[in-house]
Structures are given as C-alpha cells and as structure tokens.
Design a protein around this ligand. Structure first.
Ligand SMILES: [Zn+2]
Length: 339
C-alpha cells in the first residue's frame, strides 16, 4: 500500500515573497495568464549567490515581480545560476531576460535548450503545417486557422533563449544550497525534462513531470505527429519509483506534497482509463477532433481545445503503436478506428 498524498503545511508565498521549504531552499510563485494561474519557482541560497530553478513567463506582471525581488530579498547576493527544468514558456520564457540582467550561468538539458531556443524565435512554428495538421484532425478551416495563429504567437511569451548554456544529463550532480542534487530525466511532457533530487533533503524538484492536482499535459503537436510522448511519459516515470516512499515533491504547479508513488499509480490508472475510452469512442471511424470532444466532456476554451486535441492525439498514437488503432484517410481528414 503506497502512502497517501499529503500537502505540506506551508503557506503559499504571495507574489514577490519567499517561503522557506528546507535548509537554504525557498519557494516563490509567479503569475500565469491562464486558468492555471501560477508557476512555482525555487531558489537555493549559497554564500556566494542564488541558484534559481525556472524563471516565469515573459509578461509584464512577472518582470515587475522580478524587479521587486532584485530590489528586495535578492539584493544582497547575485543570482549566479539559472537552471531550467524544461523549455515551456512558464519555465524558460524569462531566462534570456534574467541572464541579460544578471550574467548568471544558464543550465538545462541539451534537448530543452535546443527546443526553447527554437520556440523563442519568430517563425519557429510553420503556420501552414499547423493549419494542415489541424485540418487533418478534423478541426475544420476556422479552428485550424485559429490554432495555427495561436502557435505562431508562441515566441511573444519568451525572451530570446540564450545561445550559451551548460548542459546537464541524467545522473549529473549539481550542488546548490549546500546540498547535492541528482538530475533525473522525465520524458513525455517535455523533451528531456531535468528533475532534481537531493538525497540529504529527500526532496524532488519535479518540474511539470509529477504534479499533485493536475495530470501533466502529454501532447502531440503538428511538428512531430509520429512521436509517442505517452509511452515516453509512462516509461520514464519508472525512473522515479526508486526514490523513497516519503520523498517530498516540489512541483511547478499547486502545492508541495508527499505521496509521489501514489501519484505515479494514479497517472498509470488515469491513462489506462483514457486509452480504454479512446478505443470505445473509435469503435467506428472517428477523427481526432471528435474524439477529443468526447474524451474531454466539458466546454473547451480556445486554449483548452488544443490541449485536449494534443492529448487525444497522444492517446491515439500510443494505441496505434501497439497495433490497437488504425488510421485511414477520408478526403484529407484522418480517421481512427479501434483494431
Ligand atoms: Zn511544462
């Protein structure tokens, strides 16, 4: 029987405030302009400066909070290093801006650096390719154009991701806040997400790989339709099962918690259920957009519509790779049928 999920009895920090979570380790929150309205960042304190884990998205509110932090709690010592768990804009969006301001070292994995650098550039997303992709999913012209336009604007929530970085890979050790942290790589949500585990603190900084209340988004996008991120996610999560049952998880969203193994079990069960539901929906040939509206039985805002579609594609692709789903073409729209 694995331990239940418990949140730590810590007050969530107000914007611009630091909450101590462990020896020389602090938690701060930055706003996000979405329904998921915040991201957690982590700061480790050494005698010669701070190490920051993740940066926040590039919007004025977040930059204003950083200004307050540099004028207040962080004024006594330099920000000497920035570690990004992965390239998504809420994590890496302000890396370039913070580096230009502080001269900090920029640390991430090779794949996250490369993809973040790409996403921060205009024209990273081929609008025609995305429009075609959404049309093939059965979205129709209007939604396909909306989706293509949405992705084409991604670079606006990034400052330019730095050209120079220090790469880390699985098993690397980083010292911060007087403790050693081992890099454990999580796949599926991002490309090569760096999670950090300290054995002396028994704490895992989990990025978006392991979250307490929401399931990490596992998405297929138009640029890599034949990837299998759900398989990547479920397989790489096995690498976290060796951690102690009472490990404290510091997630990028919601509250720090214990009960990680239970959470991993819940992910397995959640995706198994969703795969079965996908098979039922595809008893008859069905396009991905229709599958997504049946799988996600709620009103989908523009933002969530494309998340739901990306998740649906990840489940369809997982089943296809197992030979349990087949694709066919109907006038330029791809139909999926349970095999
Ligand atoms: Zn993410």
């Amino acid at each position: 029987m694995t331990a239940e999920i418990h949140h730590l009895p810590l007050a969530r920090p107000e914007p611009g405030q630091l909450t101590q979570v462990a020896d020389r380790l602090y938690w701060l929150r930055m706003p996000l302009p979405y329904q998921l309205n915040h991201i957690n960042l982590w700061l480790a304190e050494d005698d010669d400066g701070w190490t920051l884990v993740d940066c926040g998205i590039k919007i004025d509110d977040v930059m204003a909070i950083w200004d307050e932090l540099f004028a207040g709690p962080l004024s006594a010592k330099p920000l000497k290093r920035i570690i990004c768990t992965h390239c998504h804009p809420d994590h890496m969006g302000l890396a370039g801006w913070l580096l230009a301001r502080t001269g900090a070292e920029f640390v991430t994995t090779r794949a996250e650096w490369a993809m973040g650098r790409l996403f921060s550039m205009q024209d990273a997303f081929d609008a025609d390719l995305y429009r075609r992709h959404f049309n093939e999913c059965g979205c129709g012209d209007e939604i396909s154009k909306m989706g293509a336009d949405r992705f084409a604007g991604t670079h606006k929530i990034y400052s330019t991701v730095p050209t120079r970085f220090t790469s880390v890979r699985a098993g690397a050790t980083l010292a911060m806040g007087g403790h050693d942290w081992r890099v454990i790589i999580g796949l599926g949500h991002a490309f090569e997400q760096a999670c950090l585990y300290s054995a002396t603190l028994n704490i895992l900084i989990a990025g978006d790989q392991i979250l307490p209340r929401i399931t990490p988004a596992i998405l297929i996008h138009g640029n890599n339709p034949n990837g299998n991120p759900l398989d990547d996610f479920l397989e790489s999560n096995r690498g976290f099962r060796d951690l102690p049952g009472d490990v404290t998880v510091l997630p990028s969203h919601n509250l720090p918690f214990t009960g990680m193994h239970r959470r991993l079990d819940e992910y397995d069960a959640h995706h198994a259920e969703r795969l079965e539901e996908t098979l039922r929906i595809c008893a008859e040939p069905t396009h991905a957009f229709e599958v997504s509206t049946k799988l996600f039985k709620r009103d989908l805002s523009d933002h969530h519509l494309f998340f739901a579609l990306g998740e649906t594609l990840a489940h369809l692709r997982y089943l296809e790779a197992q030979g349990r789903m087949v694709k066919s073409d109907s006038g330029g729209v791809v139909l999926h049928t349970a095999n």
